[in-house]
Design a protein around this ligand. Structure first.
Ligand SMILES: Cc1ncc(COP(=O)(O)O)c(C=O)c1O
Length: 401
């Protein structure tokens, strides 16, 4: 069968608009398409391919598990899931783990748990969930409604209720919405899809204090910021604030679908038998791969490497900007970076992405005004240099029309 981009339009639901070329294989931070054209990968599958493509140790973990056991459902537990849960609880604030298959599902579990916990301890009036404008938490109807971009949740009928949105980095806006009826505040400790926005330390501290004051749970959505992305295993570790619930996915599986919700023993107690579940959650293949990813990422070598590589990106992007004057700011943390377009290029982030593909580079956007980079955490320095050279040519294409 001839597989072409045209086939996509014929047989796939039209909710995506992928690039014209079709990638067929990858190694590290390089990808090849059907015509053997090679690309540098600064996108990392949207902050997923934490160890690049086909990392030999991940391939080995997957191969090994694939010879043993693929799936059981949660009628039985399994060794990889238990090992991964033990490791996650050993290295974070959490004492209990719920496994899901995606970021949205991990968040769905977090939100349902928060509501049930509030009901158990305070009664049904305590059901308000507050999150932040521009925030992104997934595409299930609950998570997309909690997300702060109404365009994504409008047009699907009545929305889940008791959800309000405050302004990120504006503590007063949160304070104005909060009361003892607030059951949880959900936030990204570094907004990704919303434009790569870091919280100020005072803001995060203030959110924690307001949650304490009103007996509300603080949920950190670390689906994009977690698993080494910021140079810490989880971003909260660099902020001096500990959440009550944390969701993680994307980079955790390094390309194999998995999500997890982490929390304390006291809060997890509300997730009694039968309250929530998933057929695939804790799948042995996914957990075996994620266990290996966690072992590799949670080392000084990888985490310090992220910080060093961040500097290479910043230096390179600033040098490009000195020549072409397209960005206001290079922002973000670790290897989740955003180049924010200046006044002259407002609304044109996608043009930079399209020009990058033409120059054999994969990058991302975060909204209409930010070019986003979320490469492998172990992208080789040579690939950063080569990718930046290609990005400079892409910028020149856009600037020169
Ligand atoms: C912060 C955040 N939360 C949740 C999600 C949803 O994850 P998934 O697409 O795996 O459901 C994303 C995806 O971009 C995300 O960035």
């Amino acid at each position: 069968m001839k597989v072409t981009r045209e086939l996509f339009d014929q047989v796939m639901a039209p909710n995506y608009n992928p690039a014209n070329m079709i990638p067929v294989r990858g190694k590290g931070s390089r990808i090849w398409d059907q015509n053997e054209v090679e690309y540098v990968d600064f996108a990392g599958g949207i902050a997923v391919n934490s160890l690049g493509h086909c990392h030999p140790e991940m391939v080995a973990a997957l191969n090994e598990q694939s010879q043993k056991l693929w799936h059981l459902s949660n009628v039985f537990t399994n060794e990889p899931a238990l090992r991964l849960a033990k490791k996650l609880t050993d290295v974070t604030f959490a004492e209990h783990v719920y496994f899901a298959n995606s970021g949205a599902e991990a968040n769905e579990a977090a939100l349902k748990l928060a509501r049930r916990w509030a009901l158990d301890h305070y009664g049904e009036q305590k059901n308000q969930i507050i999150s932040f404008k521009q925030g992104f938490h997934g595409r299930t109807f609950f998570t997309v409604t909690v997300g702060g971009q109404p365009a994504y949740s409008d047009g699907f009928g009545p929305k889940p209720g008791a959800i309000d949105h405050a302004t990120y980095n504006d503590l007063a806006s949160l304070q104005a919405l909060m009361s003892d009826n607030t059951c949880a505040v959900m936030m990204e400790p570094l907004q990704g899809e919303g434009g790569i926005i870091s919280p100020t330390p005072e803001f995060v501290q203030g959110v924690r204090e307001l949650c304490n004051k009103h007996n509300a749970l603080l949920i950190f959505d670390e689906v994009q910021s977690g698993v080494g992305r910021t140079g810490q295993l989880y971003a909260y570790m660099g902020l001096g604030v500990t959440p009550d619930i944390l969701s993680t996915a994307k980079a955790l599986g390094g390309g194999f679908p998995i999500g997890a919700m982490l929390t304390t023993k006291a809060i997890a107690a509300s997730l009694k038998v039968g309250t929530h579940g998933s057929t695939y959650g804790g799948n042995p293949l996914a957990c075996a791969v994620a266990e290996r990813v966690l072992d590799i990422v949670n080392t000084d070598e990888v985490l310090n490497g992220v910080k060093r590589k961040e500097q290479m990106f910043r230096d390179g992007l600033n040098a490009i900007n000195d020549k072409y004057h397209v960005f206001n700011e290079i922002r973000g943390k670790g290897l989740l970076l955003g180049a924010a377009l200046n006044e002259k290029y407002q609304g044109r982030a996608r043009d930079f992405l399209v020009a990058s593909v033409e120059e054999q580079l994969m990058c991302l956007v975060a909204g209409a005004n930010v070019v986003r980079f979320a490469p492998s955490l172990i992208i080789p320095d040579e690939d950063i240099k080569e990718g930046l050279a290609r990005f400079e040519r892409a910028v020149a294409r856009v600037v020169n029309g």
